[in-house]
Design a binder for this molecule. Structure first.
Ligand SMILES: O=C(O)CCC(=O)C(=O)O
Length: 272
């Protein structure tokens, strides 16, 4: 079995900067499968929202700061911004709608580094988000940390690292992820006070410097590991093609997942 564990220098980069990029980890053939799975998950989400209520699922539509959301039981679907926009922005947890993405959670190329980062050889899933960033309309994400979203549902937020798998080449033109390097070292930072409903989730501009931002520009198939406290965000997608990605968040074994509240054990990856 191949080893995908992080080298000592990779681990030091992750610890000091709060992120680590590994390029071209997944093959072209795998990327075709991921893109197909992303389309299928999107279709399934829409189908469930349309017919779900009649099939006994609980569908709850709502708006936050003028943006549309719909919960299918505990699965949240965010729509792109703008009145009546039907394009899907995010599905979380997407593994509940997709066998392919559920299988990806156990992938050693993700889990071996995650065992090291979490600091335990047994993991469980915290959450998995599919971010679709459609061509021309995919909206940006304001500067935020993930930890403030999770602190009320978890007492080990320091141990919830993310890995983003890029399904498309990512750069400034299509709204690649941006991180504020080193910002994870300051723990949970104060939120904004701009009167928006979600203000507390966005990081206060005085708490970090945008000059420290690093663009996660990388080819499709690359992976970005990043800390739950790192300040991050992205610009809109102005390009003619989607910028699709999944972000999977792991935690130590035995704890329930964020939204289902059921433990989703991760297949243990053994040393070679
Ligand atoms: O996909 C992006 O552009 C940013 C995603 C993000 O910040 C998040 O899901 O927390």
């Amino acid at each position: 079995m191949l080893s995908f564990f992080l080298s000592g220098s990779e681990m030091s980069i992750y610890k000091s900067k709060g992120f680590l990029v590994r390029e071209s980890v997944f093959s072209d053939a795998e990327l075709i499968e991921f893109r197909t799975a992303a389309q299928q998950a999107q279709n399934r989400a829409i189908e469930l929202i349309v017919i779900g209520a009649s099939q006994g699922r609980k569908i709850s539509p709502y708006a936050l700061d003028g943006n549309r959301f719909a919960d299918i039981d505990f699965i949240t679907v965010q729509f792109e911004h703008g009145v009546g926009n039907e394009s899907v922005r995010v599905i979380e947890p997407v593994n509940e709608l997709s066998e392919q993405f559920d299988a990806l959670i156990d992938e050693p190329r993700l889990t071996q580094p995650m065992q090291q980062i979490v600091g335990t050889d047994k993991l469980s899933l915290w959450t998995a988000k599919l971010n679709l960033k459609p061509a021309k309309e995919g909206s940006g994400f304001r500067w935020h940390q993930d930890s403030p979203y999770w602190i009320h549902d978890c007492d080990h937020v320091d141990q919830l690292p993310n890995v983003m798998v890029l399904f498309d080449d990512a750069d400034a033109s299509n709204g690649c992820l941006r991180v504020i390097q080193g910002s994870h070292k300051n723990g949970r930072l104060p939120g904004c006070e701009d009167g928006s409903q979600l203000q507390g989730f966005f990081t206060h501009p005085n708490a970090f410097s945008e000059q420290d931002q690093v663009l996660m520009e990388a080819p499709a198939g690359s992976v970005v590991f990043f800390d739950p406290h790192i300040v991050h965000g992205s610009q809109p997608n102005y390009s003619d093609a989607p910028r699709r990605a999944i972000i999977i968040t792991y935690q130590p074994a035995g704890y329930p997942a964020l939204k289902s509240r059921v433990v989703r054990p991760v297949l243990k990856s053994f040393n070679p």
